[in-house]
Ligand binder design. Structure first.
Ligand code: ZN
Length: 364
């Protein structure tokens, strides 16, 4: 998706670095800054204002999948943004009365909201939940929303678009919330510390099982788990062993898939790497029996000590447990090993807390 950004002279925002940051953050979208300018008059109405823009600007907009115009000119109905087709105008009128957070954080938050809408996130929450998909009846809720910045499980489950798009939305929200909680501009935070990609789970598998593992990878990603799968993360044309070793040393957990073909030669080497990591930093290693695994799988002796997950029966339920385990890993307990088979790989160490008990709503 190619997205073109504009801002008029009513708001102070550095669009070029913001556009670069958004492109780096969103795997599924590329952002550019438009060359044309626009003037909106004293108030915005949709679709009249959107359709009154200059032909030159509309011609430039037509070359992109989505255009986002940012302004401090208010909407007549006091909304934050409205869309006419794929042309969206976001109004930051009275922004400093709603929040102390910078407009660039707001742009990134609304971009996440717009991308989620296009992907089909369903109708908005009427009540205040803190989810990206809330409707801000009270616009002051935007301050808490940028600090919380998440997509609830219901909305994520309803999302009809590509899982990579939802992942991009989540990455944008992580960026907004981590900067906003520090009362900082997303541009200043990321300029100093480029965000390294942390993966929740390394998918260790025999290449013979690739189709089944791809299917599981898709389902994990759509549930918000950041997966490392060789064919997606290994850069083409670069030596793959150093990258593999780096991932083994910093991934949060590993799944070792066992199917009809047993363990592959490289899979064994990876497992040995994870085992030493497991001992050193309590990295969970979860053996997963694929639906086609034999009745008596041939697991290496050290893997037999790990709590394993059986997808041979009720695979959907098993995957649900896996998602919970990966998204809510237990606090590290360096010496713990569990030997009881077929129990939840890890119990949740914390419940998803509802962090917003008071909050108005808002948006379109
Ligand atoms: Zn929601």
């Amino acid at each position: 998706m190619r997205i073109v950004l504009y801002a008029d002279n009513t708001i102070p925002v550095a669009l070029e670095p913001l556009s670069n940051l958004l492109t780096r953050t969103c795997a599924s979208a590329e952002f550019v800054v438009g060359a044309e300018t626009f003037h909106l008059g004293s108030a915005v109405t949709c679709p009249a204002t959107h359709r009154s823009l200059s032909k030159k600007l509309k011609a430039e907009v037509a070359k992109h999948d989505l255009a986002i115009l940012c302004t401090a000119v208010p909407y007549e109905n006091n909304f934050f943004f409205e869309a006419d087709g794929h042309l969206v105008i976001i109004s930051f009128a009275g922004w400093h009365l709603l929040t102390r957070l910078p407009i660039s954080n707001g742009i990134a938050y609304f971009v996440a909201s717009i991308i989620a809408d296009i992907g089909g996130i369903g109708s908005t929450h009427d009540e205040n939940t803190g989810c990206l998909n809330d409707f801000f009846w009270d616009k002051a809720g935007i301050d808490v929303a940028m600090r919380a910045a998440f997509v609830c499980a219901d909305c994520a489950g309803r999302f009809e678009g590509d899982p990579d798009v939802l992942e991009s939305v989540r990455r944008l929200l992580d960026l907004v919330s981590s900067a906003s909680r520090q009362e900082k501009d997303i541009l200043s935070v990321t300029a100093r510390t480029p965000e390294p990609t942390r993966f929740d789970v390394f998918l260790c598998h025999n290449s013979q099982d690739k189709p089944a593992v791809r299917d599981i990878n898709t389902k994990l990603k759509s549930s918000g788990v950041r997966t490392w799968l060789d064919e997606e993360q290994l850069p083409l044309g670069t030596p793959w062993q150093p990258e593999l070793e780096n991932r083994i040393s910093d991934v949060s957990a590993a799944c070792v898939f066992v199917g009809a073909s047993g363990l592959g030669p490289w899979q064994n080497a990876e497992i040995r790497g994870f085992l030493s990591e497991f001992m050193a930093r309590a990295c969970p290693v979860i053996p997963v029996l694929l639906p086609n695994a034999p009745a008596v799988p041939d697991l290496p002796i050290f893997l037999r000590q790990m709590t394993w997950l059986d997808l041979r029966q009720e695979p959907e339920r098993g995957l649900g447990r896996l998602v919970e385990a990966l998204k809510h890993p237990p606090l590290p307990v360096p010496t713990s090993t569990s030997t009881k088979p077929d129990e939840p790989a890890h119990t949740r160490s914390r419940e998803s807390s509802s962090r917003l008990t008071e909050r108005g709503l808002k948006k379109k």
